[in-house]
Design a protein around this ligand. Structure first.
Ligand SMILES: NC(=O)c1ccc[n+]([C@@H]2O[C@H](COP(=O)([O-])OP(=O)(O)OC[C@H]3O[C@@H](n4cnc5c(N)ncnc54)[C@H](O)[C@@H]3O)[C@@H](O)[C@H]2O)c1
Length: 243
């Protein structure tokens, strides 16, 4: 299996769950140092480290050549690398917009297309990491929300075109405590978010990885084209009306 953005947060937890299941795990991430310290980096036998930026087409192509050479194919892609820039709509610069789309949407497309080509030989599973913010409006994240809405649509179109050999689904987390959140939210903001969530806490990366693990498993053999919210109930009643 391959997980992008697997050197931190949700991607790291996804890599760890599949390593525990005995899978061979390739991790593609632009952060070389974090890659070395990640679970796949510590498992020399089953880990394959691919230092690459998903916005660089040549680097992505090279990463897939390495996977094909090492394993002769690919059965699972967790298309998870992403960035977020917290900025009001009026303050969002063209650079913020382009950067976010380049990583979260164009990068995800590029990786998914390479993976699907490899999987067309044997079949496989693709799981995108979208977000609940691709389904509802969320202030200060216009570019990010658009990319996640795009991934939800990409999931449906890919599922239709790639069936029956390749299943394609998305997970849509709400707030999950990872370095991405810690970079943008103070402790006070995090507590406020937690108190607005019906289950009264943020999610853990391992909880998202467990959903990904189900979607990749034979138990989910009849599931494709869907986007699964995992947000502690936050979006169930509308984001601002939890209480
Ligand atoms: N944390 C949350 O609350 C939350 C909620 C919903 C969705 N998500 C999504 O989950 C995914 C993982 O987020 P996280 O919270 O674990 O973040 P994170 O910042 O902890 O991890 C993201 C990883 O992606 C890598 N990455 C970023 N840009 C890259 C690029 N251009 N090429 C290759 N690697 C790149 C980073 O180096 C990092 O290792 C993202 O797609 C994010 O949008 C996160």
């Amino acid at each position: 299996m391959l997980v992008t953005g697997g050197a931190s947060g949700i991607g790291e937890a996804i890599a760890a769950v599949f390593l525990r299941q005995g899978a061979r795990v390739a991790v593609l991430d632009r952060d070389r140092e974090a890659l070395k310290g990640s679970p796949a980096g510590r498992d020399g036998a089953r880990g394959l480290l691919l230092a690459a930026d998903v916005t660089d087409p040549a680097a992505v192509e090279d990463a897939f050549s390495r996977i094909d050479k090492a394993w002769g194919g690919l059965d699972l892609l967790c298309n998870n690398a992403g960035i977020s820039i917290r900025r009001s709509f009026l303050d969002t610069t063209l650079d913020d917009w382009n950067q976010t789309l380049a990583v979260n949407l164009t990068g995800a497309f590029l990786v998914a297309q390479h993976a699907a080509r490899l999987m067309s030989r044997t079949g496989g599973v693709i799981v995108h990491t979208a977000s609940v913010s691709g389904m509802v409006g969320m202030p200060h994240y216009a570019a990010y929300n658009v990319t996640k809405a795009g991934l939800i649509e990409l999931t449906k179109t890919m599922a239709l075109e790639l069936a029956p050999h390749i299943r394609v689904n998305a997970v849509c987390p709400g707030y999950v405590l990872t370095p991405m959140q810690r970079a943008e939210y103070t402790e006070a903001m995090l507590s406020e978010c937690a108190s607005d969530i019906p289950l009264r806490r943020l999610g853990a990366p391992e909880e998202i990885a467990a959903l990904v693990s189900y979607l990749a498993s034979p138990e989910a053999a009849f599931v494709t084209g869907q986007s699964f919210v995992i947000d502690g109930g936050e979006s169930a009643g509308g984001l601002a009306s939890a209480t």
